[in-house]
Write a protein that binds this ligand. Sequence first.
Ligand SMILES: [Zn+2]
Length: 328
Amino acid sequence: MSVNHDEEYLVALRTWINASFERAAELARGPLEPRPCPVCGSPQVGHLFNNGNLDYSRCEACDHVFMNPWFGHRPVDYSGHDKLMNQFFEIMQRYRTRPFEERQANAGRDRRISFLRRHVPDGARLLDVGCSTGDFLDLAALFYEVSGLEPNEKTWAIASRRHAVHHGYVEDLPRDQVFDVVTLNQILYGIKDPAAFIQALVPRMRSGGRLYINTPNADSWAVRLFGGRANHFEGFAAMNVFTPGSLQRLMRNAGLRLVTLETEWLDVYLPDLFEWLDNPSAFIHKRNVQRPDYIQDMKDQDGFLAKWNEPEFLHERGNYLVALFEKP
Ligand SMILES: [Zn+2]
Protein backbone atom coordinates (compact mmCIF):
# COMPACT_ATOMS: atom_id res chain seq x y z
CA MET A 1 0.00 0.00 0.00
CA SER A 2 1.23 3.46 -0.71
CA VAL A 3 1.64 4.82 2.81
CA ASN A 4 1.01 8.34 4.06
CA HIS A 5 4.55 9.76 4.23
CA ASP A 6 3.83 12.72 6.53
CA GLU A 7 6.34 12.48 9.39
CA GLU A 8 4.08 14.05 12.04
CA TYR A 9 1.34 11.63 11.11
CA LEU A 10 3.67 8.62 11.33
CA VAL A 11 4.98 9.75 14.73
CA ALA A 12 1.42 10.31 16.05
CA LEU A 13 0.31 6.93 14.76
CA ARG A 14 3.37 5.14 16.19
CA THR A 15 2.67 6.73 19.58
CA TRP A 16 -0.96 5.61 19.37
CA ILE A 17 0.01 2.05 18.38
CA ASN A 18 2.34 1.85 21.40
CA ALA A 19 -0.59 2.94 23.62
CA SER A 20 -2.69 0.19 22.03
CA PHE A 21 0.05 -2.33 22.98
CA GLU A 22 -0.36 -1.19 26.61
CA ARG A 23 -4.12 -1.77 26.36
CA ALA A 24 -3.44 -5.21 24.85
CA ALA A 25 -1.06 -6.03 27.75
CA GLU A 26 -3.74 -5.00 30.25
CA LEU A 27 -6.37 -7.15 28.49
CA ALA A 28 -3.94 -10.09 28.27
CA ARG A 29 -3.72 -10.13 32.07
CA GLY A 30 -7.26 -11.47 31.88
CA PRO A 31 -9.68 -12.91 32.46
CA LEU A 32 -9.58 -14.52 29.00
CA GLU A 33 -11.77 -17.28 27.60
CA PRO A 34 -10.93 -19.94 24.98
CA ARG A 35 -13.35 -20.18 22.08
CA PRO A 36 -14.10 -22.46 19.11
CA CYS A 37 -13.74 -21.18 15.55
CA PRO A 38 -16.15 -18.21 15.16
CA VAL A 39 -16.68 -19.03 11.45
CA CYS A 40 -17.38 -22.79 11.38
CA GLY A 41 -17.73 -23.62 15.08
CA SER A 42 -15.01 -26.28 15.02
CA PRO A 43 -13.13 -26.83 18.33
CA GLN A 44 -10.14 -28.20 16.33
CA VAL A 45 -7.91 -25.14 16.45
CA GLY A 46 -4.12 -24.82 16.79
CA HIS A 47 -1.98 -22.03 18.26
CA LEU A 48 -0.59 -19.86 15.45
CA PHE A 49 1.37 -17.03 17.10
CA ASN A 50 1.37 -14.29 19.74
CA ASN A 51 1.19 -10.58 18.86
CA GLY A 52 3.39 -9.57 21.80
CA ASN A 53 0.48 -9.81 24.23
CA LEU A 54 -2.42 -11.83 22.85
CA ASP A 55 -2.56 -15.25 21.17
CA TYR A 56 -4.05 -16.18 17.81
CA SER A 57 -5.30 -19.59 16.64
CA ARG A 58 -5.84 -21.10 13.21
CA CYS A 59 -8.90 -23.31 12.60
CA GLU A 60 -7.93 -26.71 11.22
CA ALA A 61 -11.31 -27.08 9.48
CA CYS A 62 -11.77 -23.74 7.66
CA ASP A 63 -8.35 -21.97 7.95
CA HIS A 64 -9.75 -19.01 9.93
CA VAL A 65 -7.33 -17.00 12.12
CA PHE A 66 -8.74 -15.46 15.30
CA MET A 67 -7.84 -14.14 18.76
CA ASN A 68 -7.93 -17.06 21.17
CA PRO A 69 -8.31 -16.97 24.12
CA TRP A 70 -10.06 -13.63 24.03
CA PHE A 71 -11.81 -11.04 26.20
CA GLY A 72 -15.23 -11.51 24.58
CA HIS A 73 -17.03 -10.33 27.72
CA ARG A 74 -15.27 -6.94 27.24
CA PRO A 75 -15.61 -6.22 23.51
CA VAL A 76 -13.79 -3.27 21.94
CA ASP A 77 -16.00 -0.19 22.34
CA TYR A 78 -16.65 1.45 18.96
CA SER A 79 -19.55 3.58 20.26
CA GLY A 80 -17.49 6.73 20.86
CA HIS A 81 -17.00 6.37 24.63
CA ASP A 82 -13.52 4.81 24.55
CA LYS A 83 -10.76 7.41 24.88
CA LEU A 84 -8.11 5.35 23.09
CA MET A 85 -10.40 4.56 20.12
CA ASN A 86 -11.38 8.24 19.88
CA GLN A 87 -7.71 9.25 19.78
CA PHE A 88 -7.29 7.01 16.72
CA PHE A 89 -10.16 8.70 14.86
CA GLU A 90 -8.77 12.12 15.81
CA ILE A 91 -5.38 11.24 14.28
CA MET A 92 -7.11 10.00 11.11
CA GLN A 93 -9.07 13.27 10.90
CA ARG A 94 -6.12 15.54 11.64
CA TYR A 95 -3.79 14.00 9.07
CA ARG A 96 -6.15 13.38 6.16
CA THR A 97 -3.86 13.25 3.19
CA ARG A 98 -5.95 15.20 0.71
CA PRO A 99 -8.82 17.66 0.90
CA PHE A 100 -12.38 16.54 0.14
CA GLU A 101 -12.58 18.21 -3.31
CA GLU A 102 -9.31 16.65 -4.43
CA ARG A 103 -10.39 13.19 -3.26
CA GLN A 104 -13.70 13.52 -5.09
CA ALA A 105 -11.96 14.70 -8.25
CA ASN A 106 -9.88 11.50 -8.20
CA ALA A 107 -12.71 9.17 -7.16
CA GLY A 108 -12.67 7.24 -10.44
CA ARG A 109 -9.10 6.16 -9.72
CA ASP A 110 -9.83 4.92 -6.19
CA ARG A 111 -9.28 1.14 -6.19
CA ARG A 112 -12.44 0.40 -4.18
CA ILE A 113 -14.61 2.53 -6.46
CA SER A 114 -13.16 1.16 -9.70
CA PHE A 115 -13.61 -2.42 -8.39
CA LEU A 116 -17.26 -1.74 -7.46
CA ARG A 117 -18.03 -0.09 -10.78
CA ARG A 118 -16.81 -3.19 -12.63
CA HIS A 119 -19.47 -5.24 -10.80
CA VAL A 120 -22.29 -2.92 -9.69
CA PRO A 121 -24.06 -0.56 -12.13
CA ASP A 122 -24.08 3.19 -11.42
CA GLY A 123 -27.17 4.43 -9.63
CA ALA A 124 -27.45 1.38 -7.34
CA ARG A 125 -28.56 1.83 -3.71
CA LEU A 126 -25.42 1.39 -1.60
CA LEU A 127 -25.09 0.98 2.18
CA ASP A 128 -21.63 1.41 3.75
CA VAL A 129 -21.65 -0.35 7.13
CA GLY A 130 -19.29 1.19 9.69
CA CYS A 131 -18.84 4.25 7.47
CA SER A 132 -16.88 6.20 10.12
CA THR A 133 -16.54 9.87 9.05
CA GLY A 134 -17.96 9.12 5.58
CA ASP A 135 -14.77 9.28 3.49
CA PHE A 136 -15.75 6.30 1.35
CA LEU A 137 -19.32 7.64 0.99
CA ASP A 138 -17.88 10.91 -0.38
CA LEU A 139 -16.45 8.97 -3.30
CA ALA A 140 -19.24 6.41 -3.71
CA ALA A 141 -21.87 9.20 -3.77
CA LEU A 142 -20.55 10.32 -7.17
CA PHE A 143 -21.78 7.04 -8.69
CA TYR A 144 -24.34 5.51 -6.32
CA GLU A 145 -27.35 6.43 -4.20
CA VAL A 146 -25.56 6.12 -0.85
CA SER A 147 -26.38 5.74 2.81
CA GLY A 148 -24.26 4.79 5.78
CA LEU A 149 -24.45 3.07 9.15
CA GLU A 150 -22.18 4.09 12.02
CA PRO A 151 -22.28 3.28 15.76
CA ASN A 152 -19.74 5.90 16.95
CA GLU A 153 -21.68 9.07 17.75
CA LYS A 154 -18.71 11.38 17.05
CA THR A 155 -17.82 9.96 13.62
CA TRP A 156 -21.55 9.57 12.82
CA ALA A 157 -22.05 13.30 13.50
CA ILE A 158 -19.29 14.13 10.98
CA ALA A 159 -20.53 11.73 8.26
CA SER A 160 -24.19 12.72 8.63
CA ARG A 161 -23.39 16.35 7.76
CA ARG A 162 -22.88 15.20 4.17
CA HIS A 163 -24.80 11.90 3.83
CA ALA A 164 -27.86 9.97 5.02
CA VAL A 165 -26.26 7.98 7.85
CA HIS A 166 -28.12 5.81 10.36
CA HIS A 167 -26.73 5.88 13.89
CA GLY A 168 -26.31 2.44 15.41
CA TYR A 169 -25.95 -1.17 14.33
CA VAL A 170 -27.49 -3.40 11.62
CA GLU A 171 -30.53 -4.13 13.81
CA ASP A 172 -31.18 -0.37 14.07
CA LEU A 173 -31.70 0.07 10.30
CA PRO A 174 -35.30 0.84 9.28
CA ARG A 175 -37.00 -2.51 8.53
CA ASP A 176 -38.21 -1.55 5.05
CA GLN A 177 -34.76 -0.62 3.66
CA VAL A 178 -33.01 -3.07 1.33
CA PHE A 179 -29.93 -2.35 -0.76
CA ASP A 180 -28.43 -3.30 -4.13
CA VAL A 181 -24.93 -3.36 -2.63
CA VAL A 182 -23.63 -3.39 0.94
CA THR A 183 -19.96 -2.46 1.56
CA LEU A 184 -17.75 -3.50 4.50
CA ASN A 185 -14.55 -1.45 4.39
CA GLN A 186 -12.04 -2.65 7.02
CA ILE A 187 -14.60 -3.53 9.66
CA LEU A 188 -15.08 -7.32 9.52
CA TYR A 189 -11.86 -8.04 11.45
CA GLY A 190 -13.09 -6.16 14.54
CA ILE A 191 -16.52 -7.77 14.77
CA LYS A 192 -17.04 -10.10 17.70
CA ASP A 193 -19.37 -12.61 16.02
CA PRO A 194 -18.91 -12.33 12.23
CA ALA A 195 -21.34 -15.20 11.48
CA ALA A 196 -24.23 -13.51 13.34
CA PHE A 197 -23.28 -10.15 11.81
CA ILE A 198 -23.44 -11.44 8.20
CA GLN A 199 -26.68 -13.36 8.90
CA ALA A 200 -28.23 -10.07 10.11
CA LEU A 201 -27.03 -8.22 7.00
CA VAL A 202 -28.42 -10.65 4.41
CA PRO A 203 -32.10 -9.57 4.82
CA ARG A 204 -30.93 -5.99 4.05
CA MET A 205 -29.74 -7.10 0.59
CA ARG A 206 -32.19 -7.48 -2.27
CA SER A 207 -32.23 -10.77 -4.17
CA GLY A 208 -29.32 -10.47 -6.62
CA GLY A 209 -27.77 -7.80 -4.38
CA ARG A 210 -24.06 -7.78 -3.70
CA LEU A 211 -21.79 -7.64 -0.65
CA TYR A 212 -18.36 -6.02 -1.00
CA ILE A 213 -15.65 -6.92 1.52
CA ASN A 214 -12.25 -5.30 2.02
CA THR A 215 -10.47 -6.87 5.00
CA PRO A 216 -6.99 -7.97 6.24
CA ASN A 217 -5.63 -11.22 4.76
CA ALA A 218 -4.10 -13.70 7.24
CA ASP A 219 -2.47 -15.57 4.33
CA SER A 220 -0.44 -12.62 3.03
CA TRP A 221 3.32 -12.50 2.44
CA ALA A 222 3.52 -9.79 5.13
CA VAL A 223 1.87 -12.06 7.73
CA ARG A 224 4.07 -14.99 6.70
CA LEU A 225 7.13 -12.80 7.22
CA PHE A 226 6.21 -10.81 10.35
CA GLY A 227 3.77 -13.26 12.00
CA GLY A 228 1.97 -11.73 14.98
CA ARG A 229 3.93 -8.49 14.45
CA ALA A 230 2.29 -7.82 11.06
CA ASN A 231 0.04 -4.75 11.08
CA HIS A 232 -3.18 -6.80 11.06
CA PHE A 233 -2.48 -8.15 14.54
CA GLU A 234 -1.29 -4.98 16.29
CA GLY A 235 -2.80 -4.14 19.66
CA PHE A 236 -6.13 -5.63 20.71
CA ALA A 237 -8.73 -4.90 17.99
CA ALA A 238 -8.20 -7.82 15.53
CA MET A 239 -10.76 -10.44 16.57
CA ASN A 240 -10.92 -12.19 13.18
CA VAL A 241 -8.34 -12.14 10.40
CA PHE A 242 -9.78 -13.99 7.42
CA THR A 243 -8.09 -16.19 4.84
CA PRO A 244 -9.58 -16.69 1.36
CA GLY A 245 -10.92 -20.04 2.64
CA SER A 246 -12.52 -18.79 5.85
CA LEU A 247 -14.09 -15.74 4.18
CA GLN A 248 -15.75 -17.96 1.58
CA ARG A 249 -16.90 -20.37 4.30
CA LEU A 250 -18.47 -17.51 6.29
CA MET A 251 -20.41 -16.29 3.26
CA ARG A 252 -21.44 -19.76 2.09
CA ASN A 253 -22.88 -20.43 5.56
CA ALA A 254 -24.96 -17.23 5.19
CA GLY A 255 -26.28 -18.38 1.78
CA LEU A 256 -24.18 -16.01 -0.35
CA ARG A 257 -22.31 -17.09 -3.47
CA LEU A 258 -18.84 -15.92 -4.49
CA VAL A 259 -18.61 -13.53 -7.46
CA THR A 260 -14.90 -12.71 -7.23
CA LEU A 261 -12.04 -12.69 -4.69
CA GLU A 262 -8.63 -11.09 -5.07
CA THR A 263 -5.87 -9.73 -2.84
CA GLU A 264 -4.06 -6.39 -2.95
CA TRP A 265 -1.05 -4.49 -1.49
CA LEU A 266 2.22 -6.32 -0.89
CA ASP A 267 2.99 -4.29 2.29
CA VAL A 268 6.51 -5.71 2.56
CA TYR A 269 9.02 -2.83 2.61
CA LEU A 270 12.82 -3.12 2.68
CA PRO A 271 13.22 -0.38 5.38
CA ASP A 272 10.82 -2.43 7.55
CA LEU A 273 12.78 -5.61 6.88
CA PHE A 274 16.00 -3.92 8.01
CA GLU A 275 14.37 -2.72 11.25
CA TRP A 276 12.89 -6.20 11.77
CA LEU A 277 16.43 -7.64 11.55
CA ASP A 278 18.34 -4.83 13.37
CA ASN A 279 15.97 -3.89 16.15
CA PRO A 280 13.02 -6.30 16.39
CA SER A 281 11.73 -4.93 19.73
CA ALA A 282 11.16 -1.48 18.15
CA PHE A 283 9.67 -2.86 14.91
CA ILE A 284 6.16 -1.68 14.01
CA HIS A 285 5.03 -2.70 10.52
CA LYS A 286 5.02 0.36 8.16
CA ARG A 287 5.60 2.76 11.12
CA ASN A 288 9.37 2.59 11.77
CA VAL A 289 9.77 6.35 11.56
CA GLN A 290 12.51 6.20 14.26
CA ARG A 291 14.80 4.67 11.62
CA PRO A 292 17.14 7.16 9.79
CA ASP A 293 15.96 8.00 6.25
CA TYR A 294 12.86 5.82 6.76
CA ILE A 295 10.35 8.13 5.09
CA GLN A 296 12.51 8.69 2.02
CA ASP A 297 13.27 4.96 1.71
CA MET A 298 9.55 4.10 1.95
CA LYS A 299 8.74 6.77 -0.68
CA ASP A 300 11.40 5.35 -2.97
CA GLN A 301 9.98 1.86 -2.69
CA ASP A 302 6.41 3.10 -3.25
CA GLY A 303 7.64 4.92 -6.38
CA PHE A 304 9.32 1.75 -7.60
CA LEU A 305 6.25 -0.43 -6.88
CA ALA A 306 3.96 2.02 -8.68
CA LYS A 307 5.96 1.60 -11.89
CA TRP A 308 6.72 -2.09 -11.52
CA ASN A 309 4.37 -4.69 -12.91
CA GLU A 310 4.19 -7.08 -9.94
CA PRO A 311 4.50 -10.73 -10.90
CA GLU A 312 1.50 -12.99 -10.34
CA PHE A 313 2.89 -14.77 -7.26
CA LEU A 314 3.01 -11.46 -5.35
CA HIS A 315 -0.62 -10.68 -6.16
CA GLU A 316 -1.84 -13.97 -4.78
CA ARG A 317 -0.72 -13.12 -1.26
CA GLY A 318 -1.45 -9.42 -0.97
CA ASN A 319 -2.08 -8.05 2.52
CA TYR A 320 -5.82 -7.38 1.99
CA LEU A 321 -8.68 -9.52 0.71
CA VAL A 322 -11.08 -7.84 -1.69
CA ALA A 323 -14.17 -9.89 -2.46
CA LEU A 324 -17.68 -9.66 -3.81
CA PHE A 325 -20.53 -12.03 -2.92
CA GLU A 326 -24.08 -12.23 -4.23
CA LYS A 327 -27.42 -13.06 -2.63
CA PRO A 328 -29.22 -15.61 -4.86
ZN1 LIG B 1 -13.33 -22.83 11.27
